[in-house]
Design a protein around this ligand. Structure first.
Ligand SMILES: [Zn+2]
Length: 324
């Protein structure tokens, strides 16, 4: 099966165990955070201790690995993740890539094919370095690629990031997770563009596909070979847990368990909703936390008739295949 890189070094893929395929730890807007976090809403020691406590509880539920797609644009900062990882018995797999719904970060705007300064695609060079040499001198290697396609009418910058991710996959073999929008069905565009880039679509997770209950859309994506990210359990404002479960059960009955993975897209801290993200969670999304799947979703899937083998396929076998 081979090995996969984690924050604490390479492990045998066979050791991944029960895996949540899309969880963040800290989602921070780096520029804003540097200027308004410390002395304001952010206390480093408190936040690291909180993450350690949350992830320890998750590990106690039997989860062995989380896959963290926090890349540039979401405040990736590996030293802080290393601090957390050192305190817990949980594998954390990290990513490289870009998260934007529109423009690219300025370091990419003027360099690369078709830009003012031309030259090779700097995203491919930097993503590749993260995978092959490690991230920012930490020694931690990224094990997968991530980008975002939020709009069906994708911007030139988003299309460039998607193609850069595809090209890096072809060069390195690293698998891909793409944030998609189910209302705008951007999974279709992802499949088309990554297909044009020669990507092995069985190594692609269509992130947030689980926000959709449109079985025609989901079958179409899965029939390409791609994996459906049923990965926002607890974000009821996008799709209720009840509907997310019904959709998985329907697809499982048609033989699609080998193309679904589970997660919450949760985090210990996200700065998108004001200075205290827990206030929003308490109000709108009480189940948006790391343990909802273990506590509520897996029992509900079993009660709805899925077998333990089918659950293991989604939680263990599919993640192993993706990273093999
Ligand atoms: Zn996410």
């Amino acid at each position: 099966m081979g090995s996969v890189e984690t924050v604490k070094g390479a492990i045998d893929v066979a050791e991944m165990g029960a895996t949540l395929m899309h969880e963040h730890i800290f989602v921070l807007s780096a520029d804003h955070h540097a200027n308004y976090g410390p002395g304001g809403y952010w206390d480093e020691e408190t936040r690291v201790a909180d993450a350690v406590a949350n992830l320890k509880r998750l590990a106690e539920r039997g989860i062995k690995t989380i896959v963290d797609p926090t890349v540039v644009g979401l405040g990736r900062y590996i030293p802080r993740v290393q601090e957390v990882a050192a305190e817990i018995d949980l594998n954390i797999i990290v990513a490289t890539g870009i998260y934007t719904y529109g423009d690219l970060p300025f370091p990419y705007v003027n360099r690369g094919p078709g830009t003012m300064l031309e030259g090779p695609e700097p995203m491919v060079e930097e993503f590749t370095r993260d995978i092959t040499e490690g991230i920012a001198g930490t020694g931690v290697k990224a094990a997968f690629l991530k980008c975002a396609v939020e709009h069906a009418d994708a911007s030139p910058g988003v299309l460039r990031s998607l193609r850069a991710v595809g090209k890096t996959h072809v060069a390195t073999g690293a698998p891909i997770t793409v944030h998609t929008s189910s209302p705008e069905m951007t999974g279709d565009l992802v499949i088309r563009v990554l297909g044009e880039e020669g990507v092995d679509l069985s190594k692609v997770v269509i992130g947030h596909a689980g926000d959709s209950n449109d079985l025609d859309y989901l079958r179409r994506l899965a029939d390409s070979g791609a994996i459906l990210g049923m990965d926002r359990f607890g974000i009821d404002v996008f799709n209720s847990t009840e509907n997310r479960i019904a959709t998985i059960v329907a697809l499982a009955s048609e033989g699609y368990c080998d193309r679904m993975v589970l997660a919450h897209d949760a985090s210990c801290w996200i700065d998108w909703f004001g200075p205290d993200p827990h206030a929003l969670r308490d109000l709108l999304t009480p189940n948006w936390h790391y343990e909802h799947i273990s506590n509520d979703v897996l029992p509900a899937l079993l009660a709805a008739g899925l077998s333990q083998e089918q659950i293991d396929q989604m939680m263990v076998t599919n993640p192993q295949r993706y990273f093999s």
